[in-house]
Design a protein around this ligand. Structure first.
Ligand code: MG
Ligand code: ZN
Length: 551
């Protein structure tokens, strides 16, 4: 009976005039009610990478936004932009490991996201055998779409570079600059890093200095070069490859073209604490990560074929490396502001996939409870207290700490410059270090707590095997010294230690960890549901490519 009815339906689907009236009604109802074919592709992909933004970092931002007594999110329903994507989209987790290893660096991680292929550590746009692999950005360009890269670090830094260059090592930033421009695969490039584009003699080359000034660049942008040759990749971009040039917030705001190189700093762009301050004083001369993002969206969305855009909040990682929780919170807020701009742009669209994720976790960061500053006894009115006071045995971290972290007015690098402006720390005292910390941090340290920050000793392991890395370690970090690899940053790591107990903060390393990172996906359900799982970054790369460029 059932089979006969189905056969009848099939027959009337093919030839509707052959159906009885009743069958026709049933069939018409069926056509009306038929489920839409799930959307599995999109016109645009926006990938946002919080460099070093593991789940503990996201937790810091959410705790601050939702629970800090004086949170700047109090005026925004205590909602982060990240939480809007989780509420209106889906979340997953992703493993980030490199080919054949446990812990990933930013170059390999971004390469795996960009290509969907396993890659080796510190490689840019190559697979694990060293072969050039076309990235999602290059494939989008080849398919006629517009493309863009935005970062608050340098445009040649590992994360953006991995989407538009192919080099055996991330440190080859001069070659990355030349390659990114020559390929013309990126329509919109907004970041810092002019030093890798300018000729080596820029300090004395009057002709080029005059030209840069005429182009509207402030002298801080062309103050020095990292190149070894006399190429000027900025003029090559303009004269040989059709790029317009912008160098500050004003030029960016008034720009109306569609192919543009924006270099807004000699090296990295403003840190999150400096950005918070200049935003408050309405005195920022660099565009913010948010402003670069909005301009990129403006330009790229004019392409009727669609676009691929990668936006990086790159300094969350830098704050993590130096174990600076206050700075890291400001970087997370800066990134979240850019996430908000993307959310506002995309929220009513159904043709765009947004992925927000990290490339890895940095610092082994977390809040933790201590035996310091123990809470006082409090009486509670509840009928289960049986005459006992509420008095936990340990310090589980007061919420005021979140405001104190946000109240930090300089990064650990600013504090180091406060100790010695030339970063000559050969004869510094604990008093000088505690004074420097206390000048910027609401949480104070005594000279006794700052003991050990000035002390350094030579580590033969580094000198013999890694002369380009730190030659010094500190007795205080002795138990984990192999995890602190970045020269003067070690003073910062020790400042982190000095502040740690009073911040209820712990740090596990000066490098990265292999912790899975959060993945936020927003877009058509048929596209985003595949991201709500435990995956690997190569999977994310493949899923994005399949959605943007279906075969
Ligand atoms: Mg990065
Ligand atoms: Zn890093």
């Amino acid at each position: 009976m059932k089979n006969k009815k189905m056969l009848s339906l099939i027959v009337c689907s093919v030839l509707i005039s052959a159906c009885s009236t009743e069958e026709k009604i049933v069939e018409v109802e069926k056509i009306v009610k038929v489920e839409p074919t799930p959307v599995t592709s999109v016109k645009n992909v926006i990938l946002m990478i919080g460099d070093g933004m593991g789940v503990q970092q996201v937790g810091l931002l959410e705790d601050y936004a939702r629970r800090a007594p004086n949170s700047i999110y109090n005026s925004a329903n205590n909602q982060t932009a990240l939480s809007k994507f989780s509420k209106n989209g889906l979340m997953g987790l992703s493993m980030t490991s490199p080919h054949g290893g446990l812990v990933v660096d930013s170059a390999c991680s971004a390469t795996q996201l960009a290509t969907g292929m396993p890659a080796g550590s510190e490689m840019i746009g190559l697979d694990n055998n060293g072969n050039i692999v076309k990235t999602i950005l290059e494939r989008a360009k080849a398919a006629g779409k517009a493309t863009g890269l935005v970062s608050d670090t340098r445009i040649t830094h590992a994360t953006p570079a991995s989407f538009a260059a192919h080099q055996p090592h991330r440190s080859l930033e001069n070659d990355i600059a030349a390659q990114m421009i020559a390929s013309e695969s990126v329509d919109v490039l907004f970041s810092g890093g002019a030093r890798n584009f300018l000729p080596s003699d820029i300090k004395t080359n009057t002709k080029t200095r005059d030209l840069m000034s005429k182009l509207g660049a402030s002298s801080s942008i062309y103050k020095k070069s990292k190149r070894q040759d006399d190429r000027n990749i900025i003029t090559e971009a303009r004269d040989g490859h059709g790029y317009n040039l912008v160098f500050d917030k004003k030029q960016l705001t008034s720009y109306t073209g569609d192919k543009v190189l924006g270099l807004f700093a000699n090296s990295s762009m403003s840190d999150g604490i400096a950005y918070t301050a200049c935003k408050k004083a309405n005195s920022c001369t660099q565009p913010s990560l948010t402003e670069m993002t909005m301009k990129a969206l403006d330009i790229l969305s004019r392409d009727p074929d669609g676009f691929f855009l990668m936006i990086e909040g790159g300094q969350i990682d830098w704050a993590g490396h130096i174990n600076d929780a206050g700075w890291m919170l400001h970087e997370l807020i800066k990134f979240d502001e850019a996430v908000e701009a993307v959310y506002q742009w995309v929220k009513d669209r159904d043709d765009t996939l947004v992925i927000v994720t990290a490339d890895h976790e940095t610092g082994g960061f977390g809040f933790s409870y201590t035996r310091k500053n123990l809470p006082k006894a409090k009486s509670l009115s509840g009928d289960g207290m049986l005459g006992y006071d509420f008095q936990p045995k340990f310090n589980f971290g007061p919420l005021e700490t979140l405001d104190a972290l946000h109240g930090q007015t300089g990064t650990f690098y600013d504090m180091m410059s406060h100790v010695n402006s030339d970063w000559d720390f050969s004869s510094t005292t604990a008093q000088a270090w505690s004074d420097a910390i206390n000048a910027y941090s609401q949480i104070k340290v005594t000279p006794k707590q700052a003991q050990g920050i000035p002390e350094r000793e030579t580590n033969e392991y580094f000198v013999a095997d890694h002369p380009y890395l730190a030659a010094d370690v500190f007795p205080k970090l002795n138990d984990f010294k192999e995890f602190y690899v970045y020269g003067d940053d070690l003073h910062g790591n020790l400042m982190g230690r000095a502040l740690a107990a009073d911040q209820n903060v712990i740090w596990g390393t000066g490098t990265h960890t292999a912790a899975p990172v959060p993945v936020y996906a927003f877009g058509p359900q048929g596209v985003i549901k595949q991201f709500s799982t435990m995956q690997h970054h190569t999977d994310i790369g493949q899923k994005m490519i399949a959605a943007l460029l279906p075969q």
